[in-house]
Design a protein around this ligand. Structure first.
Ligand code: CUK
Ligand code: CUA
Length: 622
């Protein structure tokens, strides 16, 4: 979505920004102005003194960095980068055996939408889910450790942009594809697109026991692009909605050809019905995957016409309505679940498309909302008072409006071109209405320049009363969406519990040893302040000698069970590095194909003798 209409938004936003900045921050002579007083009171709102903690965690998607950025709110201080779909040198994610296997050889990802696990529609603070548009993966992060526990590779699909959004009790995540492909990514001419290509939606669940994600089944939707989705809540909790574009099924020159028709669709589906169909055997098996064909299996999926090429669709916290944002049309369309259920029940169809019933627009639509001069509505968030907040990409602002009446209540310019915004607990059944953060695609002149490419920008807006931009923070490319949760809902551990059952962990220096099996060398070692011990009985306890061509497997346990005492384990010239957190055991596996003498060392500054925390890997030539 980046930088598609810079000319218009630049003009509008630049003008608005200039007036805002002059109004608020100009000082005249040495006199204190109203602007100074305002700036001071705003600064106080976001100042979190040392020793105090922020009220909220912000999990911002890292877009094509494949990572997740953790910020504190209201300070807007960045706390950490958590790697998800891309290797990360800082933590060795993607180098140790486990994370390397999880990444499956991919070196980048495109993470758009993070989603918290939910219980009864509330963020429960247990897990964070995300999907990868680049390489069709879904991931789960355990919020006790902020570590990714599993990555699932999804077949038959190309870019689950539409995800991740979870159902009310985290029963499912739906991963509809952005790009249609033939099953199995088989070759097929684009001339056969409408016949052979499919817009597959994957239905995934998470097993808390083994912390694994699982592909339950897929639905073979028409070859359209599925853009955003949201799951129902309360009375609509069995249902979910998706937006589509390119129902034209264009295969070239999309910019023009995918916007031909006046209307695209919202897909409305009952996932409990889909689950039931699978249980009743109403599916085909394609390459081992259960696939539902909606043209054959009726009664779970419906289409609702909507102004062309919509972007976001968001369910209200009470679960009664869903709001589609027009993107190309300057309109937010409010639909009623109750009316939709009635239309389904009484078959108020205006036709069929690809064998799927199309619900009568007027019977389901409640209101079209067109705030004056607001252009490019993309995504909507909510507060605790029944108000909706929609980002306007082109007119660079957030518009606050009344969901019941459609009336515009307030609007605030942002700098510039917001994609999503995120409000405090905004996707839960009870948003708390304190803050909203605009996730802006363009920063332009907001920060010290680092050359032609600028960071994206997040702006913190107080929504407790009249909307006001309070604070602004640069962020690496590119947060599409984010989630904000009350900090006290999370309870991360300080030290990994000592896992005596893990077969390769070693809990004392004396037990460190090396085992050789043919050309495999297993090192069961420890890391502690300020040394490595690989072989307790050896003359040099911190050196390992192998033969060129040996497979070397280091199993290292950090036996420093102290807060924040993390060790790194890196081998010079061998492109190997991993972090071992307190109480953790990690495995590094590689073939020692280069003969020579290679220092190894700790990469995290762990004590005054950190520099001394080193040793050698000696590889005898063949
Ligand atoms: S998308 Cu980026 S602004 Cu991927 Cu949720 Cu709308
Ligand atoms: Cu361990 Cu530095």
């Amino acid at each position: 979505m980046k930088k598609i209409v810079p000319a218009i938004s630049g003009l509008v936003a630049g003008f608005v920004a200039a007036s805002v900045f002059f109004a608020d921050f100009t000082t005249i002579g040495s006199k204190t102005t109203a602007g100074d007083v305002k700036a001071k009171s705003n600064a106080e709102k976001v100042y979190v003194p040392f020793g105090k903690k922020d009220d909220y965690y912000l999990f911002a998607s890292g877009g094509h960095s494949g990572q997740m950025f953790i910020y504190g709110v209201p300070s807007m201080r960045k706390i950490r980068t958590i790697p998800v779909f891309s290797p990360d040198a800082a933590t060795g994610y993607g180098w140790d055996k486990e994370s390397k296997a999880m990444l499956g050889g991919y070196t980048w990802g495109d993470l758009h939408h993070p989603a918290f696990s939910e219980t009864k529609g509330e963020y429960d603070g247990k897990y964070m889910f995300a999907t990868d548009v680049a390489n069709n993966r879904a991931a789960v992060m355990d919020l006790k450790t902020f570590a990714v526990k599993d990555i699932l590779k999804v077949p038959n699909t190309s870019g689950p942009h539409c995800a991740a959004f979870v159902t009310e009790n985290t029963e499912h995540m739906f991963l509809p594809t952005r790009f249609a492909v033939p099953f199995g990514h088989k070759y097929a001419s684009l001339d056969d697109y409408s016949k052979t290509y499919k817009g597959v939606m994957s239905v995934v669940s998470f097993n808390e026991g083994n912390k694994k994600l699982k592909l339950d089944y897929q639905v073979a939707l028409p070859p359209w692009s599925f853009d955003l989705s949201d799951a129902g809540k309360k009375t609509s909790s069995d249902w979910a909605v998706l937006t589509t574009y390119n129902t034209e099924e264009a295969t070239t020159n999309m910019e023009i050809n995918a916007s031909q028709k006046d209307r695209d669709y919202i897909v409305l589906f009952n996932w409990k019905e889909l689950d039931k169909m699978v249980k009743d055997g109403k599916y085909d098996t394609v390459s081992g995957v259960k696939v539902i064909d909606p043209a054959k299996q009726k009664g779970a999926i419906y289409l609702i016409p909507v102004a062309k090429s919509p972007h976001g669709v968001d369910v209200t916290p009470d679960g009664k309505r869903f709001i589609a944002s027009g993107k190309l049309a300057p309109t937010m369309t409010v639909f009623s679940f109750e009316k939709a259920f009635d239309a389904v029940k009484n078959k108020k169809f205006q036709g069929e498309q690809d064998g799927i019933p199309v619900l009568d627009y007027k019977s389901v639509m409640e209101r079209e909302v067109n705030p004056e001069n607001a252009l490019g509505p993309l995504h909507t968030q909510f507060d605790d008072k029944g108000f909706a907040y929609t980002t306007m990409f082109i007119s660079s602002e957030i518009v606050k409006w009344n969901v019941n009446t459609g009336e515009t209540v307030d609007r605030v310019p942002v700098q510039y071109s917001p994609g999503h915004s995120v409000s405090t607990e905004g996707d839960s059944a009870s948003p708390d209405g304190k803050w909203i953060i605009a996730l802006n695609k363009l920063a332009k002149d907001s920060y010290l320049s680092v050359g032609p490419s600028h960071p994206e920008s997040m702006q913190l807006i107080d929504i407790s009363d009249k909307m006001e931009v309070i604070q602004s923070a640069p962020v690496d490319p590119e947060p599409h969406y984010a989630q904000m949760i009350k900090a006290d809902k999370l309870n991360p551990i300080v030290v990994y519990p000592k896992d005596e059952k893990r077969p390769d962990s070693v809990w004392s220096q004396e037990k460190a040893h090396i085992e050789r099996k043919g050309n495999e060398v297993h090192v069961y070692g420890i890391a502690m302040r300020s040394k490595f011990v690989f072989d307790a009985k050896a003359k040099r306890r911190d050196a390992v000698t192998v033969k060129q061509g040996d497979k070397v497997v280091f199993h290292i346990t950090n036996i420093d069970l102290d807060q924040d005492i993390t060790h790194g384990f890196a081998i010079n010239s061998y492109n190997q590095n991993m972090e071992i957190q307190p109480g953790e055991t990690k495995t590094m596996e590689f073939v020692a194909d280069k003969a020579g003498s290679y220092p190894l060392y700790c990469t995290n500054f762990c004590s005054a003798l950190h520099q001394e925390m080193s040793g050698y890997l000696l590889v005898e030539p063949k």
